[in-house]
Design a protein around this ligand. Structure first.
Ligand code: ADP
Ligand code: MG
Length: 455
């Protein structure tokens, strides 16, 4: 096996144990620099990644490496080293594509207009979207919108958990409509927000408005992140009205229903309810098997029915993880040049089955994940120490209990060894405020949420 093949197999393993966003953030542009005896040097693009891998993923990387090379590893060193053309890096494909960008400056503007109908993730199409009971309605609504944009279902609001196919469907609509001469725009909520803030800062609000109001089909992915961003909501509200009045299509996705999005203005909520609201739920075993079959066909890889059935039964959380498990099985057998059997597949998936036991989110799980994230002991988070490195995780856990599962303040207090409810209120206000004003804090909370929802 070459270093590149080894790293590919390790990445296959990491990919399924962490969220997609974390995977891309921390493993992009990493590669094995050298392997000497039981010492391995891994190159990383920057110091931030270095410290993150050292502190958060070192153990997991060692165990994945040991699995792949079937030998003990005494030490891993992470070295900051830029990617070169000849680096043994493994390309990581990011799944967010942008059809058409709000141009940051004149040069980009020119480029963006050329990109108009391209740049969508062309692998996300209706043809390879497997329809099951869980997504039937969402799929039908998206097909209808792609056939007749701006008429029946406007806006179309799609919601459902992580990795269940929302982004895939938005791109599928985009790909379908890009064959016509429609002006299509796919943006993540984050991008819409950042562009808006940027436009205001640089005195180009008018251009921003003109740009967005000139679009035929606007798709905003993960709109739940607009919660609490008042200025952006205001702008989006006017964009929405403008587009809607002239029968242009709006499609949004979210991880929850409009009324469950925290701090989303009532008038936006009610706009979203004007059109069609459809949900996607987790797929059943048959649908999961059908998805695996489709992915195997796409990859030109033959897997026995029994093996497919086994993976489908074992990996129940979401489709992204299902794909990750499949990739891992395929990578292992390809690199070792052996034919897959049920036994080898079971071995490969054995270590991760626990990760997939679908747990519903509870205060206990939030405390566990937050402690894990900050690398502190659960007992210390629950304890009385006022040390900063413990107070922060404690307050973040309280905040997430409130925001994500609507735990009452007195119950939050109880979860933390009978603290007073005012302590919980204070923590939620404090972290809530920080998330609004501090980009890094916000990202931190997002990463924890990703962990939580990728369980
Ligand atoms: P979400 O946006 O809901 O988090 P994605 O659209 O990113 O989820 O889907 C995660 C992965 O699962 C993607 O690779 C996507 O192609 C795949 N996927 C999701 N649903 C289906 C489906 N019904 N058929 C085939 N692939 C699917
Ligand atoms: Mg998505």
């Amino acid at each position: 096996m070459t270093n590149q093949e080894i790293w590919q197999a390790v990445l296959g393993e990491m990919e399924i144990s962490i969220s997609r966003a974390n995977f891309i953030t921390w493993f992009k542009h990493t590669f094995i620099s050298t392997i000497e005896d039981s010492k391995i040097i891994i190159s990383v693009p920057n110091i931030f990644t270095k410290s993150w891998l050292e502190n958060k993923y070192n153990k997991a990387i060692i165990s994945a490496l040991e699995n792949v090379i079937k030998a003990k590893i005494s030490e891993i060193l992470y070295k900051v080293e830029p990617l070169r053309r000849d680096s043994a890096a493994v390309p990581i494909i990011e799944d967010v594509a942008i059809v058409n960008e709000w141009p940051a400056d004149e040069k980009l503007k020119e480029k963006a207009s050329k990109l108009n109908q391209f740049g969508l993730n062309t692998t996300y199409v209706f043809e390879n979207f497997v329809v099951g009971k869980n997504n039937q309605l969402a799929h039908a609504a998206c097909r209808a919108v792609a056939a007749n944009p701006g008429t029946t279902y406007n806006p179309l609001f799609i919601y459902g958990g992580v990795g269940l196919g929302k982004t895939h469907l938005l791109h599928a609509i985009g790909n379908e409509l890009s064959r016509q001469t429609k002006k299509i725009l796919y943006v993540t909520c984050e991008k819409f927000t950042n562009d808006y803030v940027q436009a205001i800062r640089t005195g180009r609000a008018k251009e921003f408005k003109d740009f967005y109001r000139n679009i035929d089909v606007l798709m905003v992915d993960d709109i739940q992140f607009m919660g609490g961003k008042d200025g952006t909501q205001e702008e989006f509200f006017h964009t929405f009205n403008d587009l809607h009045q002239s029968n242009r299509q709006i499609i949004v996705s979210s991880d929850r229903q409009p009324k469950a999005i925290p701090s989303l203005e009532a008038r936006l909520q009610s706009r979203f309810e004007w059109g069609m609201i459809v949900d996607i739920t987790p797929p059943d075993t048959e649908t999961r098997a059908a998805i695996l079959e489709t992915k195997c066909r796409e990859k030109n890889y033959n897997l026995d029915e029994k093996i497919i059935a086994y993976i489908a039964e074992t990996v129940q959380s979401n489709i992204r993880e299902l794909e990750g498990a499949l990739n891992r099985v395929v990578a292992y057998h390809q690199f070792n040049h052996i034919d897959p059997t049920l036994e080898t597949t079971k071995d490969i998936l054995a270590g991760i089955i626990n990760n997939y036991q679908s747990k519903s989110i509870s205060p206990k799980i939030i405390i566990e994940i937050v402690s894990h994230f900050y690398d502190v002991a659960i007992a210390d988070v629950l304890g009385k120490s006022r040390k900063k490195e413990l107070v922060i995780p404690r307050q973040v856990a309280m905040f997430l209990m409130r925001e994500e599962i609507k735990t009452s303040f007195p119950t939050i207090g109880n979860e933390f060894g009978g603290r007073d409810h005012t302590t919980a209120i204070h923590a939620c206000n404090k972290i809530g405020g920080e998330v609004k004003t501090n980009q890094r804090k916000k990202q931190e909370i997002e990463s924890i949420k990703q962990l939580l929802y990728s369980l």
